[in-house]
Design a protein around this ligand. Structure first.
Ligand SMILES: C[S@@+](CC[C@H](N)C(=O)[O-])C[C@H]1O[C@@H](n2cnc3c(N)ncnc32)[C@H](O)[C@@H]1O
Length: 252
């Protein structure tokens, strides 16, 4: 019934989040944390390269992995336009196996929370751990849905060109306190000269974690030296007003 990061979603993502468009300061923060990294870096959930390309342009050696062919195709085009040739892999984070080992694995802007199933999330963290060199770092953001309102509907309209536009309706369908996720349903509609030409319906679950819970998960996998920073300020202590946290952890 549902699509996932399909063509209209990708088109709108690229339109609203162009290359280098920083979401709340994520690109600047990760660039600072990755300063001095000489080895390879892997961006998990690379999407269409909004975050990857600025890192490559700063001289970092970054590969990307994602399971959306549409997002990867867009990333490939945007890299080629800039003369960049990163290794881009199509794969699921919960069971990937690449030939390289990385000095850092990064996943910004809460994309990790898109992994709905707890077992898949654990498997993804294990895969990331296995792809790090000893001493390599995982840097990953988590989101807390502190402003959630079940039933809320929000509509936006984007004029892509004189003839074409995309409308997006987001409906906050469910907050599941027991299984720790929120479910939003996204309805994308593509319009041409006032006529509906295509639609996509996307489930958009966001899984959330307690701070201590996530620390325990990282420890259980074997990570050490775990820090948690709020709102893209390194080592800023998380408090109840914050909704974005960045964990950093080292492979022993
Ligand atoms: C919100 S987008 C972020 C894209 C890019 N990192 C950025 O910051 O602009 C999340 C991306 O994660 C990818 N993704 C989500 N779950 C995934 C999984 N289990 N395996 C691989 N990719 C996944 C989606 O296909 C999508 O491209």
């Amino acid at each position: 019934m549902y699509s996932y990061y399909g063509p209209i979603c990708t088109e709108l993502y690229d339109f609203t989040k162009p290359v280098g468009f920083s979401l709340g300061g994520d690109i600047e923060y990760y660039l600072e944390r990755l300063q001095g990294t000489k080895g390879k870096i892997l961006e998990a959930g690379v999407g269409s390269g909004r975050f990857l390309i600025p890192l490559l342009e700063k001289g970092l050696n970054v590969d990307g992995i994602d399971y959306s062919p549409e997002m990867l195709a867009s990333c490939q085009t945007r890299c080629a336009e800039r003369g960049l040739k990163p290794n881009l892999y199509e794969g699921n984070l919960s069971n990937f196996s690449l030939d390289s080992k990385y000095e850092a694995v990064v996943m910004s802007t809460g994309s990790f929370c898109l992994i709905e199933n707890p077992k898949d999330a654990l498997d993804a963290l294990r895969c990331m751990y296995n792809h790090l060199i000893p001493g390599g770092r995982l840097i990953v953001d988590l989101l807390l849905p502190i402003d959630w309102k079940t039933g809320e509907i929000d509509s936006s309209y984007y004029e892509i060109s004189k003839e074409e536009g995309i409308s997006l309706e987001r409906k906050a369908v469910e907050m599941n306190w027991v299984d720790q996720y929120t479910l939003t349903v996204l309805k994308y509609e593509k319009w041409k000269n006032g006529k509906l030409i295509d639609t996509e319906l996307q489930r958009f679950p966001i899984r959330w974690y307690g701070i201590e819970e996530f620390q325990h998960i990282l420890t259980s996998i074997g990570f050490s030296d775990i820090t948690c920073s709020a709102e893209y300020v390194y080592n800023k202590k998380p408090s109840k007003e914050h909704s974005l946290f960045t964990f950093e952890a080292v492979r022993k």
